[in-house]
Design a protein around this ligand. Structure first.
Ligand SMILES: [Mg+2]
Length: 232
């Protein structure tokens, strides 16, 4: 692998360590409707847009023979919990350095997140370096027809940067995100969770050809790049 034409960064779980907090927020919100989400259900919500998550959670509530709230009511219950938790979200180790290395080498970069613009602003507020990523495709983008795992977000990001998606490196942590970037034709790097059990489960479902990362510090933005192991 030579240098990429652009680097496309996911936010949740890739630049910011939000995923445990997202899971906690869903857990607390659904408890109010009588449902206790299992670990695999929480994992299935990762990387997806809020409304897509709410519709999925609502279907689980229906399956459990409980009175289902509307997706909007679910999101309204979750919102204050999420805002409280996200105020203190830490960065993923190596994330700030990777973004700055990319921009220092004049490699165009974009943020490709399922989160809404308001949510991105809220959780990235303590992390000024995220504002270096000027080009963005976010979950409530009016030009976005479908969210991850559809290829649309990555295709739109490449289009906005004026580059071929197949020349872009996408950085993801979730299955939905990796599938989205892969379907768009990007070179996909997947940051594996520290939890071995979760990492093995994720690897089993990833599309072929993803480069697996134990840490963002392992990314080599140089001509001699070619680190990590590959799936498939
Ligand atoms: Mg993610």
């Amino acid at each position: 692998m030579g240098l990429p034409a652009a680097c496309l960064f996911d936010l949740d779980g890739l630049l910011l360590d939000t995923e445990p907090l997202h899971s906690q927020a869903w857990l607390e919100a659904t408890a109010g409707f009588g449902l206790t989400l299992a670990a695999d259900q929480l994992l299935a919500l990762r990387g997806r847009r809020r409304l897509d998550c709410a519709e999925q959670v609502r279907s689980w509530i229906v399956q459990a023979d409980l009175a289902p709230p509307s997706p909007e009511a679910l999101l309204a219950a979750r919102q204050p919990i999420s805002e409280r938790l996200m105020r203190q979200v830490p960065a993923i180790p190596g994330a700030q350095r990777l973004v700055k290395r990319c921009l220092a080498q004049a490699i165009p970069a974009a943020l490709v997140s399922s989160s809404s613009a308001a949510a991105v602003a809220h959780k990235s507020a303590p992390h000024g370096w995220i504002s270096l990523l000027k080009t963005r495709v976010l979950g409530d983008d009016p030009d976005l027809a479908a969210g991850k795992p559809a290829p649309d977000p990555y295709l739109l990001a490449a289009q906005r940067l004026g580059v071929d998606p197949s020349s872009c490196w996408a950085f993801e942590d979730s299955l939905a995100g990796a599938r989205s970037a892969h379907a768009a034709g990007c070179v996909v790097h997947v940051l594996l969770p520290a939890d071995q059990h979760l990492a093995i489960g994720l690897q089993a479902d990833l599309p072929d050809g993803c480069t697996l990362l134990q840490s963002l510090d392992a990314v080599k933005l140089s001509k001699a790049a070619g680190n990590g192991s590959q799936v498939g």
